[in-house]
Design a protein. Sequence first.
Length: 401
Amino acid sequence: MPLAEQLRPKQLDEVVGQPHLLGAHGVLRQIIESGAPESLIFWGPPGTGKTTLARIMASEMQADFIELSAVTSGKKDIIATVEQAEFNRRLGKRTLLFVDEIHRFNKAQQDAFLPHIESGLITLIGATTENPSFEIITALLSRSRVLTLQPLSRDELIAIITRALQHKHITSAQPEAIEAIADVAAGDARIALGVLELTLKLSRNGRAAITPELVAQAAATTTPAYDKKGEAHYAIISAFIKSMRGSDVDAALYYLARMLQAGEDPLFIARRMVIFASEDIGLAGNGALGLAVSGFQAVQAIGLPEGRYVLFHVATALAKSKKSRQTTDLMHTAEARAQQFPNASVPLHLRNAETTLLQQFGYGDGYRWQAGFVHPDGFLPAEVAAAIAEEANSNSNHSSS
């Protein structure tokens, strides 16, 4: 068996990490120790213990553990699982169904679980690396509790690697090598044990010293934890925008580099910077929009890798620019007024008097084609102007009081 499978914890106290769930007052520990079945959604990155915790939960509850992968399973597998659960019920035994990558099931497949969760026939544990709010149907979420698993810390990974070395009776690992494996794993215990396993093979099962150089050879390069359609995609682009908004150049460029290294579409990034130039800089730097648009066009024309210079250039300029939300605030205010008064009539003096009859009705009355001309009756429909005046008066009274 792979090393990760050999060392999979069998009991709760053997699990490393997730102290917020497994500590003395952790909600998952309380659920497991109570023995009361409860359907759960485990949300977290790979290698954080979702499968392990589901298996321990089934063992502690003395339930029949059935495991499905939403990647390879279909309707027939769900039907077979329900039949097995009904057989287990007749024997007086609980059924815990673990569905890995549950977000890969479509709505109809997720719907199929609902009546059996309601009846208590199965206890469902779903595992997902994607945000459940986007990927799991509302009806299923309402019948489950979502528990978030965190990436393992460096110290937690070092503890797992050290335990694995003790399991293999290996004493030739340098502390720096263990730390290097933990760094390469980036919070994923499965990656850590996989790199360790390959390192051990290169060291002839520990007969040669396990050094950072050997670890680097085993690890080669790591694939960034980034799904262009998933949680990481939204989290990192959000961090990028907020870093520019906060004028933190180093942070903005760091997130930009991560997106590019993970294979993000450069035009997606450039489009977001065009939006940012108006939304967050606006009137504070009227040149920002032109720069962002030029950057988008440049990246579109030249592509990668040379387009990186343009993206980093524009991101740096936008992060350093003064910020103003005035345009954004004015836009939201105007949209709210248009929604409040969707059918307000355009004042007659602003309408074109294209015929004599229209002139007689007052179309264009008193209007002059002159720069800066302000009509005495204003430019807004009367009811909109009245609402704005009332709002301004209310704000004035509130501030004076």
